[in-house]
Write a protein of this length. Structure first.
Length: 276
């Protein structure tokens, strides 16, 4: 009996020690993963805290936007890591080229349309303003297009992941990008939670990009203020325009000035150059 008891105790002790070693290994792996994602997690946590304050102080919209921006930085860090990881991948290079090209194209088009809409004049007459708006809208447009494409991929993954899981399809690039590479073999709660936060952050980037472009390109006072400093100048030696005002000379013998209306808002006044 004593021998049997001792054997059982030794086996029990070995079982406990093995369980402790397993827990230590899993904890070590978990802490290593958390350390790798520490900055992403810090931005997520700080963003959530600020968003909580935005619910407490609903009158102060600054907390809402600040929380969304800080939370989005967590996903931006994640996207930079993806870029560093797959920058030599042919598919990633093609996607980056497509996103960059569309960003340049749409930022130029949106700036052109905004200038023409608010002035009623050709956008090419406001060359400096066009360059300025295109430059400032490029990064938000890049974020908008990138977030839109990532959201499409995320939606496809959410819909198709059960199929991938059951038939064990090797999804290679796409699954490894979103942390799913090992999830087909075993569940990883940390990766699942991080995947959820990354998805929410991408959604915030998408929303913030739209808000920025909407405010910056649709606000007439902002655009007119930019024009008044970048495109309107004093022409002291020009015989046909007032030298004491900032003017912009257009084609077909016209020039324009920015004046302040009775309602306190600026507007563009177009004047024909008198023919002598």
């Amino acid at each position: 009996m004593n021998i049997q008891f001792n054997i059982e105790m030794v086996m029990f002790k070995e079982c406990i020690l093995e369980r402790i070693r397993t827990i230590k290994e899993k904890l070590s792996v978990f802490l290593t993963e958390v350390y790798k994602d520490r900055w992403t997690l810090i931005f997520y946590i700080v963003g959530i805290v600020i968003l909580f304050f935005s619910e407490v102080y609903k009158e102060q919209k600054i907390f809402l936007y600040l929380g969304l921006i800080i939370f989005s930085f967590g996903s931006i860090i994640w996207l930079f890591k993806l870029y560093e990881k797959f920058k030599d991948n042919s598919f990633a290079k093609i996607m980056f080229f497509i996103i960059t090209s569309f960003s340049v194209c749409f930022s130029s088009i949106s700036s052109d349309l905004a200038i023409s809409y608010h002035t009623g004049l050709p956008a090419e007459d406001f060359h400096n303003t066009f360059l300025f708006l295109t430059t400032l809208s490029y990064i938000p447009m890049f974020c908008f297009i990138s977030a839109f494409m990532v959201l499409i991929v995320l939606l496809a993954l959410i819909i198709l992941y059960p199929i991938f899981y059951h038939v064990k399809i090797n999804c290679g690039f796409i699954l490894s990008v979103f942390g799913f590479k090992n999830k087909i073999r075993k569940n990883n709660l940390y990766k699942e939670i991080l995947f959820l936060f990354n998805s929410i952050g991408i959604l915030f980037i998408y929303a913030l990009s739209i808000s920025y472009l909407k405010v910056f390109l649709e606000e007439k006072p902002i655009i007119l203020n930019v024009m008044s400093y970048l495109d309107y100048k004093h022409f002291f030696n020009h015989p046909d325009v007032p030298g004491d005002k900032r003017v912009l000379i257009h084609n077909n013998n016209f020039y324009s000035i920015i004046e302040l209306g009775d309602d306190g808002n600026k507007f563009i006044k177009v004047i024909e150059i008198s023919k002598k």
